[in-house]
Design a protein around this ligand. Sequence first.
Ligand code: PHE
Length: 382
Amino acid sequence: MFKRLYLTILVIALFVGLIGFTTGCQPKEQEVNEIKIGGVGPISGDAETFGISTRNGENLAVEEWNAKGGVLGKEIKLIFRDDKGDPAEAVNVWTKLIDQDKVVAIVGTAMSKCSLAAAPICQAKKIPMIAPASTNPMVTDCGDYIFRACFIDPFQGIVGANFAYYDLGVRKAGVIFDIGNDYTKGLSEFFRDQFINLGGEVVGFESHPTGATDFKAQLTNLIKTGVELIYIPDYYSDAALIMKQARELGFKGYFLGGDGWDSPDLVKIGGDAVEGGFFTNHFSKDDPRPEVQDFVNKYKEKYGKDPDGFAALAYDAMNIMITAIKNAGSTDGAKIRDALKNISFKAVTGKITFDENRNPVKSVVIIEIKDGQQVYNTTISP
Ligand code: PHE
C-alpha cells in the first residue's frame, strides 16, 4: 500500500519535473523577441543623483530605439540595477545581470571604484561593457571587453592643472582627496604632477578617509601654507562640505574640482561656499552644438529637468552599445566587442572613437558655479 503511494508520488514528481524542464528549455515567446541590456548606477547611497541621471539617460536612449523598431528586429529591454556606490554591491549586481537576467551587454557604472570591481566579471564572461562615466584609467585595463564613454583622469587632471596655472594664474596649490577612492586618489595625483611640471608648487597634499565629514584638520594644514587654490577631486557631497568648511576657516582663494562635482546637489549642500568654484566636466547643457541642444530638449520634456553630465554620458554609452549590436548583426559578445572597437559615433558629449585601450579621445568642458548655476566657461580639446 505505502509502496504504491511512494511510487505514485515519484511518478507525479518526475512528470512535474519533466514539464518544468521542457518548458524551462523552451524560450518563452517574450524572451525570443527581446534583447536584454543591463544598466547600472548608484540610485541609493551618497551619490544617488549619479545613478538617477544614469538611469534616465539610458532609458531615454532605449525608448528612442524601441520607437524606431528596436535593434535586430527585436525590442530592447533595459534591466537597471543599483550598485549603491559600493564595489561589493557592484560585483553582486553584475553577477545577477549576467547569470540571472542573461543580459547581452552592460552599460555601467558611474563610480570608478565600482567599475573597477565589476569589469573583471564582464571580461571573464565575455560580456561587453561600457562604463559611461568612470574616468580612472585602470578601468579599461581589465581587458578587451571593457570600454568607456568618457575621457580619462590623466587628461582631466592635466586640464585642471593648466587651467589653475594659466587661466587663474595660481602658483601655490593645495589638494585634498579621499584616500579610499580610486577616482579621487588618481585624479589628485594627475593634477599634482602636471601642476608641478608647469612650475607651480603643490604645498599641501592632504587625504581623508572615505565617509569623513569633518575636514577641518586637513584644511587648516592647507590654509596655513598660504595656498591660493584648493583642488578637490571628490564627489559632490564631500566636495560641498569641504568648500563650506574651508570658507568657515577663512579661506579666500579658489576652489577647483573634477567631474565628481556635477550634481544639482553640489549647490544645495554647499550654498554660497561653492560660488565661484570651477570644475572640469564632460558636458554642458549650454553647449550650442545641435546634438547637445536636441538632447537637452528631449530630456527636459521627459524628465522635467536639465540633464547633467551623467545623463548625457549614459545616453551616449547606451546609444553606442545598441549601435554596436546593430553593426555586429548579432548579440554574440565577441562580435559586439569587435563592432565597438571600430565604431565612430557622433555623441552628445562629442565624437567618439576608441583608442587602442578602448578609451575615447574627447574634449573637457570647464564649468563655473555662478549664482548657484553651472555656467559654461570653455572647452579644451586633447
Ligand atoms: N568620474 C567619476 C569616477 O570615475 C564619476 C563621475 C562621472 C562623477 C561624471 C561625476 C560625473 O568615479
